[in-house]
Design a protein around this ligand. Structure first.
Ligand code: NAD
Length: 298
């Protein structure tokens, strides 16, 4: 299949490589020239704009962009995908954006004869490289069925979440919970250590008890508890604080539109905002424990 791919960053770059490995031909665009040349070396063709990708006789176009503003520009701009895509070309946006924007873009695409899915992912850059991402997909069942073989080349779980926008709903609900659970684990671990407990022993108790969760067991925020966790390598190389802050912002914004309270989500957003302001935006989000240490060394 001939696939257009736009947004070749930390996630999109390795995802595009996995499509090449699966035998698809690719035409790619990214405003960052090094990102494009890396993919061209791997066998992709380069295009000079989103319009040029759409006009390259592609069957499918996938986007992996930073924010909803980028998605709107790339799909709806004068030089954008909708203005230049042939009817029937399948559009898949894997960026994490708010559900309302995802639904608005998909509605315009569908109206002009381009089926569209929102298909945000979890699994991080490691999952993108290994081809083990989870895709949360919103859109009609028939379009989902059409996209399944393509998404399966980049991920090991592809889940249909319902109508357009519901992939984004699943993504932001999960990540809001993740942000809350990490802040909770950080608070509990810092308390235990401040009261004299050994961090490894405490983590072992929590992980064999009812407080256990991914944040305590796989990504424990205390350095030295887990050798494989970002905390044990200076909080580098995980899921950045600023990306968590972005997802909490999407959750609280979507909640406002739905008039649905997100009491813990909003409080947690403020925690990550303070943490980012203190200069920790680039560190793994488990570094939120620094807010609780205040001189104690957890
Ligand atoms: P990134 O910043 O590394 O990559 C984004 C890429 O998009 C960059 O290469 C940038 O040059 C490109 N881009 C910007 N404007 C463009 C345009 N007009 N046309 C084409 N390309 C353009 O970001 P990332 O970490 O790859 O994340 C991408 C999306 O995936 C985000 O929405 C993010 O929230 C989500 N996500 C990231 C992770 C993660 O661990 N990094 C995990 C899950 C989901």
């Amino acid at each position: 299949m001939h696939i257009g791919f736009l947004g070749l960053g930390n996630m999109g770059g390795p995802m595009a490589r996995n499509l090449l490995k699966a035998g698809h031909s690719l035409t790619v665009f990214d405003p960052f020239p090094q990102a494009v040349s890396a993919l061209v070396e791997a066998g992709a063709a380069a295009a000079a704009s989103p319009a040029a990708v759409a006009e390259a006789n592609v069957d499918v176009i996938i986007t992996m962009l930073p924010t909803a503003a980028h998605v709107k520009e790339v799909y709806l701009g004068k030089d954008g995908l909708l203005a230049h895509a042939s009817q029937g070309v399948l559009l898949i946006d894997s960026s994490t954006i708010d559900p309302l924007s995802a639904r608005a873009v998909a509605k315009l695409a569908t109206a002009q004869g381009n089926p569209m899915l929102d298909a945000p992912v979890s699994g991080g850059t490691g999952g993108a490289a290994a081809g083990t991402l989870t895709f949360m997909v919103g859109g009609s069942v028939s379009v989902y069925d059409q996209a399944l073989p393509i998404l399966s080349a980049m991920g090991k779980n592809v889940v249909h979440c319902g109508d357009s926008g519901n992939g984004q709903v699943a993504k932001i609900a999960n990540n809001m919970l993740l942000g809350i659970s990490m802040a909770g684990v950080a608070e509990a671990m810092a308390l235990g250590v401040a009261l004299g407990m050994d961090a490894k022993v405490l983590a072992g108790i929590i992980n064999a008890s009812s407080g256990r969760c991914w944040s305590s067991e796989i990504n424990n925020p205390v350095p030295g508890v887990l050798d494989s966790a970002p905390a044990s390598r200076g909080y580098s190389g995980g899921f950045g604080t600023d990306l968590m802050l972005k997802d909490l912002g999407l959750a609280t914004e979507a909640a406002k539109h739905a008039r649905q309270p997100v009491l813990l989500g909003a409080a947690t957003q403020q925690l990550y905002q303070s943490h980012s302001l203190q200069g920790y935006g680039g560190l793994d989000f488990s570094s939120i424990i620094k807010l609780y240490q205040m001189g104690n060394q957890a």
